[in-house]
Design a protein around this ligand. Structure first.
Ligand code: NAG
Ligand code: NAG
Ligand code: NAG
Ligand code: NAG
Ligand code: NAG
Length: 375
């Protein structure tokens, strides 16, 4: 047989096909995949809490383990503050991970895919809703316990590999600003930037603790437009002056300070990689152009009471039994007074992961997908 280019191309094709088949078969070996699996550890507040607050001594204000929470996807209330899955649930799915279990869940939790430490109501400051939530500082301490357990179970080198290749996802800050506004009426304006600096300072030191535990790949969602939540807008009529503007400007100040501190941490900490998602800008777009996002309602909540269904009564278990529930949660941006619907979280997760090419909302140099793929 004469060796022609066509033969060569055919042979090459055959070889590539054959090799691909071998690698494919190899790749589907399940024990092999689990050792290459990149874990997901989740920290923060009710945007990411998958049920930790079901197991702590708190009030129904910081819980979502009752009907109609969970009606769209799980068909039972898991403790997630939504009608279904959260951003972190979709991110886990895109990363081929199972649903990440809550740290507080009783029983023998396997940590190989990661674990969720987030607690509804939590803030970067220990004082935020203190006594009713698991603060970020305690969440970081729980992470250290998990690292020790992993070392005992897998040995130091396997545990260190799992921890250093894992992705660490955060949503924090919202409650640090809502707490003083909701409980002490308002924050002294002249001290806004001082307060933001304290919140960011505490957050930064907790990030460093988690980095010192071996974490390298970080994902952050910034703080949403706090003056545009049904729960805060409803309060406008009871409060005076520039209440909503103040809240939104605090969120903006916080988000600016967050980008700056992350760039500093990147310079200071060797191997520190991050992806910062502009949750704030994304939510504003969805409020202003719901139709573009296949939503019909961007301002009022699906579940709640009163103006904008902003009174935090969803489920009727928070003192006041009165509430309304919409027929089609998937047409709404907001599920309750403060939290989004599964249909909104699903779209946000899609953009965060990096599925859309023109992604104006990722501020970090990496998408989450990049971080899962990085070694
Ligand atoms: C999968 O991988 C493990 C460990 O590498 C190996 O012991 C096992 O035989 C493999 N199974 C298959 C079906 O290839
Ligand atoms: C839960 O908190 C309440 C009020 O703070 C307290 O009275 C009660 O003893 C606590 N229960 C447990 C089991 O810690
Ligand atoms: C507001 O804060 C400034 C600076 O922190 C302080 O000097 C002033 O007394 C405060 N005003 C009130 C009403 O608390
Ligand atoms: C953390 O917050 C506390 C108040 O909650 C404050 O006194 C402390 O200075 C903050 N730490 C940093 C590093 O900003
Ligand atoms: C708003 O109300 C608070 C509390 O009643 C009061 O101290 C403050 O002066 C008011 N501010 C304005 C701008 O009216």
């Amino acid at each position: 047989m004469k060796f022609t280019m066509a033969n060569l191309a055919g042979l090459t094709f055959f070889l590539v096909f054959f090799l691909a088949l071998i690698f494919h078969t190899h790749g589907t070996n399940s024990s092999d995949r689990s050792s290459n699996q990149v874990a997901l550890f989740i920290f923060g507040d009710s945007f990411l809490d998958a049920g930790n607050n079901n197991y702590i001594n708190t009030t129904t204000l910081d819980q979502a383990n009752f009907w109609p929470y969970g009606i769209t996807y799980f068909n039972f209330p898991t403790g997630r503050f939504s009608d279904g899955r959260l951003v972190s649930d979709f991110i886990a799915e895109y990363a081929n991970l199972p649903l990440i279990p809550p740290f507080m869940q009783p029983g023998n939790i396997q940590y190989n895919s990661g674990v969720n430490f987030a607690s509804g109501g939590a803030g970067a400051l220990v004082e935020t809703f203190q006594g009713s939530v698991i603060s970020l500082k305690t969440q970081a301490r729980n992470f250290n316990k998990v690292v020790s357990e992993l070392k005992n179970k897998l040995g130091n080198s396997e545990a260190e590999k799992l921890v250093s290749t894992a992705v660490y996802m955060f949503s924090i800050g919202t409650n640090d600003y809502l707490d003083p506004f909701l409980t002490s009426y308002f924050l002294n304006s002249s001290s806004h930037s001082q307060y933001v600096a304290t919140v960011i300072g505490n957050f930064s030191s907790i990030i460093q603790k988690i980095y010192n535990g071996g974490a390298r790949k970080f994902v952050f969602m910034n703080v949403p437009p706090l003056g545009c939540l049904p729960g805060t807008k409803m309060l406008q009529s009871e409060r005076n002056g520039s209440f909503l503007e103040e809240l939104s400007s605090l969120a903006t100040l916080h988000n600016q300070a967050l980008s700056i501190i992350l760039l500093q941490l990147k310079k200071q900490l060797k191997g520190f990689k991050f992806s910062l998602y502009d949750f704030n800008a994304d939510v504003i777009q969805m409020i202003n152009h719901p139709l573009k996002y296949r939503l019909k309602e961007g301002k009022s909540a699906c579940c709640g009471w009163g103006e904008f269904r902003g009174k935090y009564n969803c489920g009727g278990k928070r003192g006041d039994k009165r509430f309304e529930l919409c027929d089609k949660p998937n047409e709404y941006l907001y599920w309750d007074s403060y939290h989004l619907t599964e249909s909104a979280y699903k779209q946000i997760a899609f953009r965060m992961w990096g599925y859309t090419r023109s992604n104006s909302h990722t501020l970090g140099p990496y998408t989450i997908r990049d971080l899962f793929q990085a070694s």
